[in-house]
Design a protein around this ligand. Structure first.
Ligand code: NAG
Ligand code: NAG
Ligand code: NAG
Ligand code: NAG
Ligand code: NAG
Ligand code: NAG
Ligand code: NAG
Ligand code: NAG
Length: 510
């Protein structure tokens, strides 16, 4: 087949700048770009019109610190050995060259601020190794709902997840955008700017006019409980939500997480937070010269807003792992990519798009530049791999409380359970295994009673198989992965083959 159209390669235009927006907890919740019609995200939708938009982009680990350790270094979590909020990649890779450091080493002024690396993981945002010393790294400082931001009723309590404020200019994202604008005009030569944006991460501190621009409606996900045939080990955690001074707890996988009012208001606040961060990113986009600048926007992992009785991240589901990924490069026309891609690919991709020498072999991931060079490019073997751990309390293997998100404070040698997942265009396959803390590998095909639904006779560990496909509706977040097909005889074959692929990947690539 003859390619319909060969777009001119980015090699013909010279990119001298990279502006990289890492947006905390942003799932593909954009109006036009990802088909969320209730949203208003004009700045990012405008960027997408001149960019390559990835429809199936995935984080390697659905929580902040492990995911950022991975994409900032171009190494998968089994190499960074950062699975929690204790360990960081510098413990195992003191000599590794991070992505900003790579650009710094190639003559770029590499500046960063906010959550690029997770605070303290590695210490001090990896200063001075990762960043040019022309400016100090701008350490992240979370917003506080107090007199500085001017809280406006009804959501005006410091403890609450929502705080509507009068003064947006006191919020982190406003400040981060202002700093980015300042750096863009101050540095004339090649620059690599990494801007860590805070919203839509909790707490939802947003200007009251942005919040009120979303109407109060009953907005509760349809698929708001777990499929019956999924082991509860896959459930995210028992989070509490605090609204108007009152704590509400998740009720477990088989009931809607929070009451309708809380659910709807939290979803509304998330949408407003996305619009707010879109406005701030838009301020920077307005002063970018796209003729010589690569612009990247993505989230650090996916997010659940009550779907499958889950809140926040920390799952191996489609919603927990899928991120928006938008990359504009000089001279490259807008297009959409259907193949699964991974955040670990960013390192090689940005090096390649900037025409820098290839990073050394220890950097993992694959350059996505072929997608930019030819409109018809696709890779039939493309697949995305993610993992997530679970840390039940000692021998307490039965209760739902056992699968709460305690792993952030569990040392890597003590992690008892790891869930591994694989996404192809057509399928997602997941298995939850006992984890060997010495070798840091799954004990493939072995799992404790807990992952077998307490059935000693069960011959399988907890597995999940979900059907996807090229023609699926990726905008319908409420209906992703509604039925687990793994135990259905008609799907044993496909499960076995995906299991072998997943196992081979995680046993070879770590
Ligand atoms: C509000 O919180 C910020 C951040 O902790 C602090 O710097 C500021 O002084 C506080 N303002 C007031 C009025 O308490
Ligand atoms: C808003 O906050 C900024 C930054 O803290 C401050 O300079 C400004 O005076 C505040 N504006 C109002 C109206 O309070
Ligand atoms: C918050 O609680 C107060 C006191 O119970 C009540 O008057 C107010 O209407 C509540 N606000 C919301 C948004 O529920
Ligand atoms: C969640 O935690 C709360 C508070 O500790 C507890 O009352 C509730 O039973 C827990 N729910 C589940 C499903 O574990
Ligand atoms: C684990 O469970 C035991 C017994 O229920 C309890 O005493 C202990 O505090 C729990 N530990 C953690 C870390 O939750
Ligand atoms: C882990 O998360 C819990 C709940 O969010 C928090 O209380 C705890 O401080 C965290 N531990 C670490 C080491 O970050
Ligand atoms: C865990 O891995 C270590 C190191 O490879 C190995 O010696 C040990 O036998 C493994 N333990 C189990 C229970 O598989
Ligand atoms: C796959 O399915 C075919 C047809 O149902 C069957 O003959 C074959 O044995 C299966 N193979 C495996 C590995 O299960």
């Amino acid at each position: 087949m003859v390619p319909l159209l060969l777009l001119f390669s980015s090699a013909s235009a010279s990119a001298t700048n990279v502006v990289w927006f890492i947006v905390d907890d942003l799932r593909p919740q954009l109006a036009e770009t990802y088909g969320q019609s209730q949203m208003r995200t004009p700045a990012l939708d405008g960027l997408a019109k001149r960019a390559v938009v990835f429809d199936r982009a995935y984080a390697q680990f659905a929580v902040c610190a492990p995911s950022r350790n991975s994409f900032m270094t171009g190494r998968r979590p089994d190499r960074t050995q950062a699975y929690n909020f204790i360990d960081d990649f510098r413990e195992v890779g003191p000599d590794w060259v991070t992505l900003p450091q790579f650009f710094k080493n190639h003559g770029f002024v590499a500046l960063g601020g906010g959550k690029t690396f997770h605070p303290d993981l590695p210490p001090n945002y990896d200063e001075p190794l990762s960043w040019s010393q022309d400016e100090p790294y701008v350490a992240f400082a979370d917003d506080v709902c107090n007199a500085t931001v001017g809280p406006v009723p009804p959501y005006d309590g410091d403890d609450d997840e929502i705080c509507t404020v009068s003064n947006g200019s006191a919020l982190w994202d406003y400040r981060m955008a202002s700093i980015g604008i300042e750096w863009l005009s101050k540095y004339q030569g090649p620059k690599f700017l990494a801007l860590g944006m805070r919203r839509p991460h909790l707490k939802y501190l947003v200007p009251v006019d942005v919040f009120e621009s979303y109407p109060r409606v009953v907005d509760v996900p349809v698929q708001n409980t777990f499929p019956r045939d999924v082991n509860p080990v896959a459930w995210c955690c028992n989070y509490s939500a605090k609204l108007n001074g009152t704590d509400v707890y998740s009720k477990g996988p088989y009931e809607q997480a929070y009451d309708d009012y809380t659910t709807a208001e939290l979803r509304r606040a998330y949408y407003a937070s996305v619009t707010w961060v879109d406005q701030q990113i838009g301020r920077v986009l307005d002063v970018i010269d796209f003729q010589d600048t690569i612009v990247v926007v993505h989230g650090d992992h996916g997010y659940q807003l009550g779907e499958k009785a889950c809140w926040r991240k920390q799952t191996n589901f489609e919603l927990g792992t899928r991120v928006p990924l938008i990359i504009a490069a000089p001279g490259v026309a807008s297009k959409r990519v259907a193949d699964p891609v991974e955040l670990v690919d960013l390192y090689r991709t940005l090096a390649d798009l900037a025409s820098l020498p290839s990073p050394d072999d220890s950097v993992q991931g694959t350059s996505l530049k072929p997608y930019f060079d030819a409109s018809s490019y696709s890779n039939p073997a493309a697949a995305a791999y993610s993992q997530f751990d679970r840390c039940p309390n000692g021998t307490e293997l039965t209760g739902l409380a056992a699968v709460q998100g305690r792993c952030n404070a569990t040392g890597k040698a003590d992690i008892p359970i790891m869930g591994y997942t694989l996404r192809t265009v057509d399928w997602r396959y997941t298995v939850w295994l006992d984890f060997n803390g010495s070798s840091l590998t799954g004990r493939w095909d072995e799992c404790s009673l807990f992952q077998r639904n307490n059935d000693p006779a069960a011959s399988f560990c907890a597995t999940e198989l979900y059907v996807h496909g090229l023609d699926e509706d990726l905008t319908d977040f409420e209906n992703f992965e509604p039925v687990n097909l793994a135990r259905h005889p008609a799907f044993f074959n496909i499960s076995a083959s995906l299991h072998a692929q997943l196992k081979a990947h995680f046993l070879s690539d770590h």
